[in-house]
Design a protein around this ligand. Structure first.
Ligand code: 5RP
Length: 240
């Protein structure tokens, strides 16, 4: 990634850049740009969320051409949509390593840190991203931040959940369905002064299955769509 200054805020967006229809158009543009990276025969990780829904639609339009591509979904919802669109969905252990994974994000900071898990799928999303040679993040410009902040999604074990939340501090259960793996979804709402230190602390807390902080070195590329078109930023993971 270009050595942006972490303290520098992204330019403020005007009202008409944050309305739902405009944001939808930006998500579509970012998703369609990333869809072009997918070739027949590739092993492809598919994220979760509304931006990924546009990606799935773009890949679905090419389902015949992508007849030998093998996809791994990060959620049951993504798996279902992908199958309905004619894409071939397999388990991660069946496919093994992935050539590419493409996913959305809730926040993208200038220093390359991401927050993911708005849809509570961050544990599977992180496993799939880590299995991919190239991890591409697709976002509309309103996801850009000077630095990542709360809420940071958490997946926590049911057993002793109140004890786990107490140990974390500033954390609440989310009114959401359990994860597909039977765990609960919560959010850390305290300050994020140092994303790496917080990520380490959350990972070290017994009962936390996974948190939604994604380190810059996991990310190959960030595709951002906004008023000035589609821009690509290199992530902290070198692309082979
Ligand atoms: C789901 C995620 C999503 O990628 C994130 O919440 C962004 O969602 P959307 O594309 O709907 O804005 O991490 O767990």
């Amino acid at each position: 990634m270009a050595p942006d200054r972490a303290s520098e805020a992204p330019p403020p967006l005007s009202d008409n850049e944050t309305d739902e229809a405009t944001v939808g158009r930006y998500k579509l543009a970012a998703a369609r740009a990333a869809a072009e990276l997918v070739q027949d025969g590739m092993r492809v990780g598919l994220g979760t969320g509304s931006t990924v829904a546009y990606l799935l639609a773009a890949l679905g339009e090419r389902a015949d051409e992508l007849g030998r591509a093998r996809c791994v979904a990060t959620s049951p919802a993504t798996a279902q949509i992908a199958r309905e669109l004619g894409l071939h969905v397999h388990g991660l252990d069946e496919v093994g390593e992935l050539d590419i994974a493409i996913d959305g994000a809730d926040q993208v900071a200038r220093d390359g840190w991401l927050v993911k898990g708005g849809g509570g799928a961050h544990t599977r999303e992180k496993i799939v991203a880590a299995a991919a040679e190239r991890f591409v993040v697709i976002v509309s410009a309103e996801k850009l931040r000077a630095r990542v902040g709360p809420p940071v999604p958490l997946e926590v074990l049911r057993f002793g959940v109140q004890r786990t939340l107490l140990a974390i501090g500033d954390a609440q259960l989310r009114a959401a369905h359990a994860s597909p793996d039977g765990n609960l979804i919560a959010d850390y709402t305290g300050p994020v002064q140092d994303a790496r230190r917080l990520a380490e602390r959350l990972s070290a807390t017994p009962g936390v299955v996974e948190h939604g902080l994604f380190a810059p070195e996991m990310v190959s590329e960030i595709v951002v769509a906004g008023a000035d078109g589609v821009r690509r930023r290199a992530g902290g993971k070198p692309t082979a």
